[in-house]
Write a protein that binds this ligand. Structure first.
Ligand SMILES: NC(=O)c1ccc[n+]([C@@H]2O[C@H](COP(=O)([O-])OP(=O)(O)OC[C@H]3O[C@@H](n4cnc5c(N)ncnc54)[C@H](O)[C@@H]3O)[C@@H](O)[C@H]2O)c1
Length: 296
């Protein structure tokens, strides 16, 4: 059985572990946290995994590595230096990083040709997408192997043509989140109504068409060109930016709306995952085999 080493047992690492196990891999999880075994027993009940705080030992003999440690460049560089030294030279070293450039993570690393970003959306076990982002020194066969592994896991890997901070998913998300915060800070709408507004409109729309396909439809038979000239030309307002000095107001409102702590988190995860599972099939994705999503 092929062996995957998952580095980091946080939100993302635990979900990758479930996904790789479901895909038939033998799973190792490495994390220096003292409660690793307790956490894995609780979060990965029924999933046979090997755990260790010793990254070099976890990497030795692995066939694929999916890193999901802290989003700190200095930590990533340290982790990948150890991975480079303790893996065979045919092993792909993939980082789950949400925004860090693969070329920075791979700086000074002798295994830069084997390093690539494989950025999932949370939770990786349900969200079809993995953004595959090569750095300038990433070998073509590394990208091909990463894509093959993610496809076999039932994901939709999308390869970016070149690296850019934040990649594509999080650059789009950042614009959207910044504007959401700005609108709440301006007193235009509250947190819950903004979430409901998005779920009832853009969220549903973008689950079935992307922004460009939606643009093509929005203009009727004359297409996106007509939409841009007709409606788009009137949207000449300033976007506005979030006020960093007033972030606490927004965070307080989010906490008041959704709660904090273990039990609130578990309730929200159950609701999100239940809803996501309910729509994956009808939208043409299947939980462990998203393939081309049937969206074409
Ligand atoms: N949370 C998300 O929505 C999301 C989505 C996509 C990608 N990511 C990316 O996935 C990665 C993990 O994010 P997360 O949200 O799971 O973080 P997290 O904080 O939940 O977990 C990080 C884990 O890494 C462990 N860790 C610390 N130092 C380590 C080391 N030297 N070696 C191994 N493990 C170490 C920590 O103990 C912790 O358990 C980040 O790079 C993040 O950008 C996160």
């Amino acid at each position: 059985m092929a062996v995957v080493t998952i580095v980091g047992a946080g939100v993302i690492g635990i979900s990758w572990a479930r996904l790789f196990h479901a895909g038939g891999w033998e799973v190792r999880v490495s994390d220096p946290r003292p409660d690793l075994d307790e956490l894995v027993t609780r979060e990965l009940a029924g999933v046979p995994v090997t755990t260790t705080g010793d990254l070099a030992a976890a990497a030795t003999g692995a066939d694929f590595v999916q890193e999901a440690g802290p989003e700190r460049i200095e930590v990533k560089k340290e982790v990948f230096a150890i991975l480079a030294a303790h893996t065979r030279d045919d092993v792909v070293l993939a980082s789950s990083s949400s925004s860090l450039l693969p070329s920075l993570i791979a700086q000074d690393n002798p295994a830069a040709d084997r390093m690539v970003v494989g950025h999932p959306f949370n939770p990786p076990e349900l969200m079809p997408l993995v953004e595959v982002v090569p750095g300038p020194r990433t070998a073509a066969h590394t990208v091909e192997r990463a894509i093959e592994v993610y496809r076999e896991l039932g994901k939709l890997p999308i390869r970016l043509k070149k690296e850019i901070p934040g990649f594509v998913g999080n650059r789009l998300q950042k614009v959207f989140n910044d504007q959401s915060i700005h609108l709440v800070q301006q007193g235009v709408i509250d947190v819950k109504d903004l979430d409901d507004l998005v779920r009832a409109s853009l969220g549903l729309r973008w689950a079935v068409t992307g922004p460009f396909e939606s643009g093509a439809l929005g203009g009727g038979p004359a297409g996106m060109r007509h939409l841009m000239e007709h409606v788009g030309s009137q949207m000449a307002f300033e976007d506005g930016r979030p006020d960093p000095a007033r972030m606490d107001e927004v965070l307080d409102a989010v906490e008041e709306t959704y709660g904090t702590g273990e039990s609130a988190y578990e309730r929200l995860v159950r609701r999100r995952d239940g809803r996501t599972r309910a729509v994956l099939g009808p939208l043409g994705w299947t939980e462990a085999a998203s393939g081309d999503g049937g969206q074409g």
